[in-house]
Design a protein. Sequence first.
Length: 567
Amino acid sequence: MSRQRGLILAPMNSGKRHSHLVTDGPSRAPARAMMKAVGFTDADLAKPLIGIANTWTEIGPCNFHLRALAEHVKAGVRAAGGTPLEFNTVSISDGITMGTEGMKTSLISRELIADSIELVARGNSLDGLVCLSACDKTNPGVMMALARLDLPGLALYGGSINHGRHHGQALTVQDVFEAVGAFNAGKIDAQEFLGIENAACPAVGACGGQFTANTMATIMEAIGISPAGLNGIPATAGEKNRAAYRCGEIVMDMVRSDRKPSQIMTRPAFENAIASVAASGGSTNAVLHLLALAKEANVALQIDEFDAISRRTPTIATLKPGGLYTAVEMHQAGGISLLLRRLLEGRILRGGCLTVTGRTLGEEVQGAPETSGQQVIRPTDKPFKPTGGLVILRGNLAEEGAVLKVAGSNREKIAGPARVFNCEEDAMAAANAQQIKAGDVVVIRYEGPKGGPGMREMLGVTAALAGQGLADSVALLTDGRFSGATRGFSIGHVAPEAFTGGLIAFVQEGDLIEIDVSARRLHAAIAPAELAKRRAGWKAPAPRYRRGVMAKYANTVSSASEGAVTG
C-alpha cells in the first residue's frame, strides 16, 4: 500500500516502530519540512531513525574524539538501511574538576545525561540508539538511558588514552596526582614534577588504568550492552573507527529484530558485570553505578551482593592503580574479552546471557585470543588474589554499608585515631602540610550525595598521601567517593551520610576507628552516653546550594547505598 511520496513510509517491518509517529502522513508535513531544512530527504525519512547520543566535549581528552567517531557510527547506520540523527549531551571531566567545587557536578551529570538522552529519544520518537561515551559518568549515564527507554540500542566506549612515558616508565594521570604529594613532600624537584605532568597524557582517550572509565567499559561488555571486544580498543587506534561502523550495523539489526536492553540487562547479566569488576580490580564507583542501573532496568540488586560475588571471584588481572599495567596493555594482552573468557572457563561468568549482537556472551568470548607470554590476565586457578577487589563493610559507622577496594592492598585490620575534616579542602590542606601521620584514620564528611552535594571523589587527598609514602599506613573514609585511580586503604560511600545524621557526623578528633576487612566491619569506639551527648541539639549544616541543578539534586537524591539516584 502506498500513497503520494512522503505521506506514508515503509511497512512496519522496516523497523520504524516509533518514528512513523513523527514522519508519516499528511499531518506530519510540518515536521518533514523542518527535517528537510537540515538536509534529510524523503528517502531518509522513510527509514528507521537512529539516534546517535554523543557525549562529545572539547573540555578534556576523554570525550574529545567522539565527534569524529560518531561519523563512523553514522556511516554504519546508513549502510545498514537506517537514518542517523546525532545529538549531544553533557560531560564533566573528573580529572579536571578533581579537588575543586566543580567536582560536585560530576555525579550529578550522570542523572542529567540519562535524562537528556531520554528526552531527545522520546521527544523525537526514535527507533533505536547508539550511545557514545568515555569519561566516568557518561558511561553509566548512557546505560541508564538505554535501560529506561528500552529501545533497541547499544553503547560504545570511546577507548583509553595511551599511557605516557617518563624515564622508561608507563604513566597515567594517577602519577600526576601522586606527584603533587611527592613534590609537596620534597621527594621530587620542580623539573621532575613538570616532566611527569607533561608526559602523562599524550593524546585523546579516557584515563589509562582500571579507573572508573575503563571499569565501566568492562562492565558494558560484561553486561552485554556493548559488543564484545570493541570497548577496549584504544581511542587513537584505527580499529576504533571500524568498531564504530560495526556498531551502526548492529543497531540496525537490533531495530529490525526488536532486540531491547531489557532482554540483555537481566539479573544474571548484572552478576557478570559485578564479577568483571571484582576480577579486574575495578573502581568502587562501579557499586554506585550498577545499583543505579539496576533500578532503571527493574533488576533487584542490593549492595551486599557485591561483597558476596567478590568473595567467590578471584582477582585475575593486575591493572593500575593497584596493579602493574594500563588499559592499553590489557588490550594488547587480549583485552576485556580475554578477561571474560577466563571467567567463563572458571565457571564464574554466566555465559548464556544475551548481548546486543544477538549472540550470547559465552559465544562472543569463548574464542577470545590471548597474546603469547602476556602477564596481565591470569586463569582463575592461578589468580593474583583468591578473591575479588571489592569489599562491603558494615558497622555503627556504616549501617547501610560502605565500599572498600582491596585489589592493591593486603591489610586486613586498622585501628587508629580519627583525623576529622568537614570538607575535602581541609583534608587536602592538612595532607599538603604533612599533618597526616602513619596510623591515622582520615575522616572526610559532609561530602555525600545530599551533603556535598554530589559525592566528590577524593583522589587529590589519597594521591597526595600516596606521594608522601603513606598509602599503606593511613586509612581514609568518607561519605563521598574515591576515584578509580585511588590506591591505598580507602573506604567510600559511607552511609548514612553525615548530612542525614549518620554516625560519621558525630566522630570527633582522636576517636578510635576500627576497620576489620575479614569481619567486614567499620566501627567507631564511642560510648553510648557520649554519642547521645554529641547527638543532642545536632542540626545538619545549611544546604550549600538553594537553587539550580545542585539544589534539585540534593533535595531528591537517595542514599549512596541505593545508587544515589534521583528517580
